[in-house]
Design a protein around this ligand. Structure first.
Ligand code: FES
Length: 314
């Protein structure tokens, strides 16, 4: 028999975690009882935003690089594979070493442990750069993910040092504990991506008409004003910049913010939520946190009407 929904509309996901499967429910309950994570998040977010500065500044370029604007893809999940793969290998090699204490196996375990530590450091900075532009439940979960990863990295660094001093069995205990924690942390990372959509393209499924569609009177379009229109179910933003008229999807590819409520500066549309910038001319990303281009539209004027037709991505 189908269970009746008991959630209240004025309660957030954090207060009403999913009922099943059990691991998601328990994870939601855990997060619901960790409001202190928000107290850490706020000042840390403020600090990271201060360090990166504003779009156009050199420091913000570093954020763009860490987010993956240059790659057209999130960089964090690329680096994440390094510690997870390396630490899986070092855990296996540690188990083998416990059986026969072979020096070659020990060297292999140490090398893969250090490789994982290097990859984890790269994952941390790219993850921080993603996390700083999240909100609410995702920000809290991201904070727990980050704290766990910091603990895991610390345990592995201590383990690596102990190995240098000959205390291999203690080192293996620490690294094994860290590995177990890393599996839970990886689960949190997966929840953030696959369930909450952090790092995914929020306009990946937006289609659009292959034919031109009339959306508004040309005379009604004020110069420089971001104007929301509907293109057979797809929200778009139309703007007159100089003599030209441009149009792109109104839903921000970062986290679906409304671009028509943003601002236009020097041919770039800035999202009101986290300041992603998209070039009017082709929808390409001018600055992060977005890393995916906005879908754009061909524009023509017929009988005093602005007509749009969906183009392919930049
Ligand atoms: S929703 Fe985050 S920048 Fe647009």
């Amino acid at each position: 028999m189908a269970s009746k929904a008991t959630t209240s509309p004025d309660r957030s996901w954090m207060e009403t975690p999913p009922l099943s499967p059990t691991i998601r429910h328990l994870n939601g309950e855990l997060l619901a009882h960790m409001p202190w994570l928000d107290k850490i998040s706020s000042p840390l977010r403020g600090l990271v935003h201060k360090v990166f500065g504003q779009p156009g500044q050199v420091s913000y370029k570093i954020k763009d690089i860490l987010n993956g604007v240059w790659l057209g893809h999130a960089v964090h999940p690329v680096f994440v594979t390094i510690p997870l793969g390396s630490w899986s290998a070092s855990t296996l090699l540690d188990i083998v070493w416990l059986a026969d204490e072979d020096d070659g196996i020990a060297r292999g375990a140490d090398l893969t442990l250090w490789l994982g530590i290097a990859g984890a450091a790269a994952s941390a900075v790219t993850g921080l750069s993603n996390w700083v532009d999240t909100d609410g439940a995702e920000q809290r979960m991201g904070m727990l993910h980050a704290l766990l990863n910091t603990g895991i990295l610390s345990l592995d660094v201590v383990s690596a040092i102990l190995r240098l001093t000959g205390q291999r069995r203690t080192a293996i205990t620490l690294a094994s504990s860290a590995y177990a924690l890393s599996l839970y942390s990886a689960y949190l990372g997966g929840e953030l991506s696959y369930s909450s959509g952090i790092g995914v393209n929020h306009v990946a499924w937006e289609g659009g008409s292959d034919d031109f569609v009339a959306v508004m009177d040309e005379a009604a379009l004020e110069p420089g004003k971001l104007t929301r229109v509907d293109v057979v179910g797809i929200p778009a933003v139309v703007v007159r910049d100089g003599k030209a008229i441009y149009a792109m999807a109104a839903t921000c590819s970062h986290l679906a913010g409304p671009l028509d409520e943003g601002r236009l500066e020097n041919g770039i549309v800035y999202c009101p939520w986290h300041n992603s910038g998209f070039r009017l001319c082709d929808g390409s990303v001018a600055n992060s946190p977005a890393i995916y281009a906005q879908p754009t539209f061909a524009v023509r004027i017929r009988n005093g009407k602005i007509e749009l037709r969906r183009l392919e991505h930049a």
